[in-house]
Design a protein around this ligand. Structure first.
Ligand code: FAD
Length: 466
């Protein structure tokens, strides 16, 4: 079986390796850099900045209190960026090594469809080569969306997430357009480094993918970090300013307000990176560029699959892309594999971290599911108290009758690691009782999950059973 994978991000390279493991001859076409958005300008670079920021914040906020006095702790911003580049390089080099080890042929070039299951690849040396295979996996990812705001394109101080990850100098001020995950993660990092952050958001709330209780804790913390938020404040235009740029908005009361800053980070979302692919020539159905697939990751064209950020109707996350990549490869190689969204966690690396898997209370209500809720505050957990002063909470949602875990929502220290227990519980159709009868080690933040399960059954030990 010959397979061509288009794109070497966490969707494409994982699909290529899985297909090679199952015996396929795989060619991976990548037009820019192996590792895709995730390793080069996405997940890993942002988490590098956030780790530097977190260390600085910990020293400043908690250091003296816990007996670690550091005088003169400050950010060396060019070194933050160099460290981020080093980590990216290590990981992308690792991907190249894994592909070699699995005998995947890598072609540097840009692929476009010339017909159903037919491609032309424009190579780095300028030559063009027609290519076809028994199966093609499209994994071309996404790019930052640019809203049609007057004055935005013309202003060099308006940057996107990629620009914010490679600034040469720490800006004194930054307006962030958009209160979603990417905007707020970068805002948290820059706020900790000392940049004055103003967030403007058109909707009446931020982080719409999170349970409302979690968002409140996160926003309260960001306010304590000195960040300013303006909700229901859509941007009308961007004007030149001696400072850098002036963002003109209409506030809730209908008044015109403006915010000046050295840099404006535009973080209003991402769109499928399929423009150069000529999907229509390939006969592939899509919704404004996002490819339509079934749960086996098949498109409407036989032998053509699509995965990751470029497909319609799913979260744009690295682990989503990788999971879809394995499903596509396995189906092509004759196995029967389906993509199951129910165990897919969403993680937000703000301070404190937040993570969510499965159904929220709002979704249970919408679906008419009878449910019960258990909550446990981080302030009642010894390890969380040690780590961050006990800020945050765990919320567990379970079926009213059998107690099967339907959702887990966490904000607090290590939330993005803890969420794996919730995902596994959903995958195994575990019940509250099964979480309760699993012994959790002490002192760890994992104890909060068991305590939340106990609370749902009105038998919490370390909090009131209300
Ligand atoms: P990509 O990683 O975008 O890879 C697609 C690849 O295809 C690219 O390398 C591109 O060059 C190549 N390509 C495109 N067109 C062609 C063509 N015609 N021919 C050949 N090659 C082509 N997700 C998380 O899960 N956790 C996070 O913490 C997180 N943080 C993020 C932070 C930021 C700032 C951003 C921007 C994203 C973040 N994401 C995060 C999202 C994550 O990066 C993406 O969901 C993930 O990279 C998608 O993987 P993919 O393989 O679908 O696409």
């Amino acid at each position: 079986m010959n397979i061509i994978v288009i794109g070497g991000g966490p969707g494409g390279y994982v699909a290529a390796i899985r297909a090679a493991q199952l015996g396929a001859a795989v060619t991976l076409v990548e037009k820019q850099h192996l590792g895709g958005t995730c390793l080069n300008v996405g997940c890993i670079p942002t988490k590098c900045l956030l780790h530097s920021a977190e260390l600085l914040e910990d020293i400043r906020r908690q250091g003296a209190e816990i007996g670690v006095k550091v005088t003169g702790a400050e950010v060396d911003f060019p070194q933050v960026i160099r460290h981020k580049n080093d980590i990216s390089k290590k990981l992308t080099g690792g991907v190249a090594g894994l592909l070699r080890m699995n005998k995947v042929k890598v072609v540097d070039g840009e692929a476009a469809f010339t017909g159903p299951r037919k491609l032309e690849v424009k190579k780095a040396d300028g030559t063009k080569e027609p290519m076809t295979a028994d199966a093609i996996i499209v994994a071309t990812g996404s790019v930052n969306a640019r809203p049609p705001i007057p004055g935005l394109r013309e202003n060099p101080n308006c940057i996107d997430s990629t620009g914010a990850l490679s600034l040469e100098r720490l800006p004194r001020s930054m307006v962030v357009i958009g209160g979603g995950v990417i905007g707020l993660e970068l805002a948290c990092a820059y706020a900790a480094f000392g940049t004055k952050i103003t967030v403007v958001e058109a909707m009446d709330h931020m982080l719409p993918m999170l349970d409302g209780d979690l968002t409140k804790v996160g926003v309260d913390h960001m306010k304590k970090m000195g960040m300013e938020f303006h909700l229901e404040c859509p941007v009308q235009s961007v004007e030149p300013s001696p400072v850098g740029a002036k963002v003109v908005c209409k506030n809730k009361a209908g008044e015109t307000v403006s915010f000046e800053a050295e840099k404006v980070l535009v973080a209003i979302g991402r769109k499928a990176n399929t423009e150069a692919l000529a999907l229509d020539r390939g006969g592939i159905k899509h919704d404004r560029g996002r490819i339509l697939v079934n749960e086996r990751m098949q498109t409407n064209v036989s032998g053509v699959y699509a995965i990751g950020d470029c497909v319609a109707g799913h979260a744009q996350l690295a682990h989503t892309a990788s999971a879809m990549g394995e499903v596509a490869a396995e189906n092509i190689m004759g196995q029967d594999s389906v993509y199951d969204e129910s165990t897919n966690p969403t993680c937000v690396y703000i301070e404190p971290e937040a993570a969510s898997v499965g159904l929220t209370e709002e979704q249970c209500k919408e679906k008419g599911i009878a449910y019960k809720v258990g909550k446990f505050p981080m302030s009642a957990n010894g390890k969380a108290l040690i780590l961050n002063g006990g800020e945050g909470l765990v919320k567990i949602i379970a079926g009213a009758k059998y107690g099967e875990v339907l959702g887990m929502h966490i904000i607090g220290p290590r939330a993005t690691d803890l969420i794996a227990e919730g995902a596994l519980a959903i995958r195994l159709e575990a019940t509250l009782d099964e979480l309760i009868t699993t012994i959790h080690s002490h002192p760890t933040v994992t104890e909060t999950m068991r305590e939340a399960a106990l609370h749902a059954e009105k038998r919490a030990i370390h909090t009131a059973n209300r």
